[in-house]
Design a protein around this ligand. Structure first.
Ligand code: ASP
Ligand code: MG
Length: 412
């Protein structure tokens, strides 16, 4: 059966001329099976950083417009080389920059958002039997300026293209062979997931699993584009990221364990328990563009409140400074900063329909003597903040408590 597939190859997959030729072979094989193919590519690995480095040598405050003109060349090199390699294999292929295929974006240079794609040009190439190769990561604003979509943005190009074309699947070829139950460097029997939902992937990704640009997963979820993560270097089915299916039997309670070492915790104690206090404390932090994650408030018997929240470790000193100012304003008792914390979450759509998941999580942590400092939950996630040095121990304990390991073949 003929399918329309959008494929994306990341920087490592096209990191050398040899690898580009290997990618061309993979594309040719899929094409010869009768598939219609649109391919989005990244710059060769290291190239985007190299280009930014050149600009920095001249001016570290280079204008964002010119930086976009500069970094977009990385992808332009790859599309041409890949088409040359495809043509050498006898495949009719054509390359296009983002602007040429009318990937229309807003004008936010360096972090532009796609507004519209005019897919006509691509469609007519496809009907003429061509493979279409598109430069990832870039678009054009209404005035014809080159824009880029943010680091890792080629994933989003591929997903957006798949949405615009109504593709059957968007395949992201990368240097890992799929999404795992947790980081295999921490848990040796971590298992590749055959399937995961968009929502679960977002929770896994925002927790530090860096396989896909988060925005591309949001985009895929919004337009319901089935997304598959696969390895460019080894054969396999990878991980399919798609909508939740209704088949209750298939749903694992917990799909994965996400964790993040790079969190820090701030606490402000002895503030008045009054309307507007939480806003005063957290508003000032987020106005400084500091992302706040877990938030907990407690009120003591004497009516004084304590607010604890977490931020990225790299934002800690700025957040602490702001918090000390607010504390002075509010007459707070004290401010505490702790960067030796970590966050671990269990993620799974199966939690929606099962009670007792939290208790099981807390039991596993208690069995290893791990103290829980903060807890937050959502429908498909339970997060705890713990002492950083116990983070990997906690991940392993939870991975085995929820039987996510390799031996558990039934759940795949
Ligand atoms: N080349 C760009 C980057 O390094 C975009 C991408 O690879 O997705 O961020
Ligand atoms: Mg990437």
């Amino acid at each position: 059966m003929m399918s329309l597939i959008v494929q994306k190859y990341g920087g490592t997959s096209v990191g050398s001329v040899e690898r580009i030729e290997a990618v061309a072979q993979k594309i040719a094989a899929s094409y010869k099976k009768g598939n219609q193919l649109v391919v989005a590519v990244s710059a060769m690995s290291g190239e985007t950083n190299r280009l930014i480095g050149l600009a920095n040598q001249i001016d570290e405050q280079a204008s964002l417009r010119e930086l976009d003109v500069l970094v977009s060349t990385g992808e332009q090199v790859t599309i041409a080389l890949l088409c040359i390699a495809l043509q050498k294999q006898g495949i009719d292929a054509r390359s296009y920059t983002g602007g040429q295929v009318r990937i229309l974006t807003d004008d936010a240079h360096g972090k532009a958002r796609i507004k519209d794609i005019d897919s006509h040009r691509v469609e007519s190439d496809l009907s003429a039997g061509r493979v279409v190769v598109i430069a990832g990561f870039q678009g054009m604003d209404e005035d014809g300026n080159i824009t880029t979509l943010g680091r890792g943005g080629s994933d989003t190009t591929a997903v957006a293209m798949a949405a615009a074309l109504g593709a059957d699947e968007c395949q992201i070829y990368t240097d890992v062979d799929g999404v795992y139950t947790t980081d295999p460097r921490v848990v040796h029997d971590a298992r590749r997931l055959n399937k995961i939902t968009f929502e679960e992937m977002l929770e896994m990704a925002s927790q530090g699993s860096k396989i896909l640009q988060i925005r591309s997963v949001e985009f895929a979820g919004k337009y319901n584009v089935p997304l598959r993560v696969l390895s460019s270097f080894k054969d396999g089915n990878g991980t399919l990221i798609s909508l939740e299916d209704d088949d209750q039997m298939e749903k694992p309670l917990v799909s994965g364990i996400a964790f993040n070492k790079h969190e820090a915790k701030l606490t402000i104690r002895g503030i008045p328990d009054q309307p507007g206090v939480a806003y005063k404390v957290l508003g000032a932090i987020s106005e400084a563009n500091i992302e706040i994650d877990v938030i907990v408030q407690n009120v003591a018997k004497d009516n004084s409140a304590t607010i604890t929240f977490t931020v990225n470790e790299s934002d800690l000193s700025q957040a602490e400074r702001l918090l000390r100012n607010i504390a002075a304003d509010l007459g707070a008792l004290e401010v505490d900063a702790d960067k030796h914390i970590g966050k671990v979450s269990i993620v799974g759509v199966g939690m929606r329909s099962h009670a007792g998941v939290a208790a099981k999580m807390f039991e596993a942590l208690a069995n290893d003597g791990i103290n829980i400092q903060l807890i937050t939950t959502s429908e498909i996630k339970i997060t705890v903040v713990i002492e950083e040095r116990y983070l990997e121990l906690a991940v392993r304990a939870l991975h085995s408590a929820f039987e996510l390991g390799n031996t558990d073949v039934l759940k795949s």
